[in-house]
Design a protein around this ligand. Structure first.
Ligand SMILES: [Zn+2]
Length: 363
């Protein structure tokens, strides 16, 4: 069923934190009012009006939708497939209320990071396991964005009522040692390990990219029954894996690594000035090669570009969005598809540009 336009309108709201919206139609205007204070509303032209009506006809199978009655349908978001309820509202103008129904099982904070919902469920179940121990790594090539992932994981663990301790301050809810890292900065591994041994916390979380601390934590994960969650600088999940093995040659480590969550941030296309991208022949060739090489559907098919407007300070981009991959040898059910395929799904929804997708494969 082709409801690309309605999907995009809803996805735009979801990305701004709104899960419901009003749509108002009159002859010349198509108005979208998102139910979130921080969201920008949209006023679109006649062609949007026509697209909406055509897609609504598909959804209602050409039946008139009486005032007060609703239809349910599914849309794809970068995170999962969601059920949407569209209700017709009485009034002089055509007015519709659209609500996205959030499945309870995914309503936890990591979901805000745009990880696939099935993966979220398995990660959450994994964190919940009794006697969980070993190592979980959050890796990326650059520091930016990793902290939000670590914070989200820490908050989830806190919500599970597990005893957690962070090295350095992550937020006000999580107990920490050494708020400003002054002591941690010059600590040796023996001191750190004895401090951790004295602490009751079952889970230790580290956001500091200090080689000595990471090395000490890896060693500690081998010899204790605690669960260590740490960041690591790496170019891919596989790179993180080989780095860990270099840090610690002990073969026992492979059994201790729960999983590696690798991420990369992409510039997020501005939704206000977005249009279908017209690629030149060179870009077309490169994008075709990309599709072929990584077995993706035609990348050009749903390719968007933002030309720049006041909302994005004429840059065409607003904020950033991560793409993820999860690697686990011990727990194969946690493995995800590649970071590239996650990024591709986001590109197809107009969240990142085809050229930015192309750039990651050139590294
Ligand atoms: Zn813009």
């Amino acid at each position: 069923m082709k409801i690309n336009f309605i999907s995009k309108i809803i996805n735009y709201g979801l990305w701004q934190g709104a899960d419901s919206l009003y749509i108002e139609l009159n002859d010349s205007e198509f108005k979208v009012d998102y139910h979130s204070q921080n969201s920008d509303d949209l006023i679109l032209n006649n062609s949007a009006y026509t697209k909406f009506i055509n897609e609504l006809k598909i959804l209602t199978k050409h039946q008139k939708l009486d005032s007060g009655s609703s239809i349910y349908f599914k849309i794809n978001t970068p995170i999962n497939t969601r059920t949407v309820c569209l209700t017709s509202i009485a009034g002089k103008e055509h007015k519709y209320l659209i609500k996205v129904i959030e499945p309870n099982s995914t309503s936890w904070r990591l979901s805000k990071l745009a990880i696939n919902s099935d993966k979220l469920k398995t990660i959450k179940a994994h964190l919940k396991k009794e006697n969980n121990q070993g190592l979980i790594i959050v890796s990326s090539a650059r520091r930016e964005g990793k902290t939000s992932t670590i914070q989200a994981i820490a908050q989830e663990i806190k919500d599970l009522n597990l005893n957690i301790l962070s090295l350095g301050k992550i937020n006000d809810q999580i107990p920490y040692i050494d708020k400003d890292n002054k002591w941690l900065h010059k600590i040796d591994s023996q001191e750190l390990i004895s401090a951790l041994n004295k602490n009751q916390a079952q889970i230790i979380i580290n956001d500091l990219e200090d080689d000595n601390i990471i090395k000490a934590l890896i060693e500690y994960s081998l010899n204790s029954d605690k669960l260590i969650i740490s960041t690591l600088k790496a170019d891919s999940s596989k790179d993180a894996w080989s780095q860990l093995l270099k840090y610690q040659k002990d073969k026992g480590l492979t059994k201790k690594i729960n999983f590696i969550l690798h991420q990369k941030l992409f510039k997020r296309l501005c939704p206000h000035c977005q249009a279908k991208a017209q690629h030149n022949s060179y870009e077309k060739r490169d994008l075709d090669n990309l599709s072929l090489k990584y077995n993706l559907k035609d990348v050009k098919e749903n390719s968007y570009i933002s030309s720049g407007c006041e909302k994005c300070q004429h840059s065409g981009y607003i904020k950033k969005v991560p793409a993820f991959e999860i690697l686990s040898f011990q727990n194969p059910h946690l493995n995800s598809s590649s970071l590239l395929s996650d990024a591709y799904n986001k590109q197809q929804l107009g969240i990142i540009s085809a050229n930015d997708l192309l750039n990651i494969t050139k590294i």
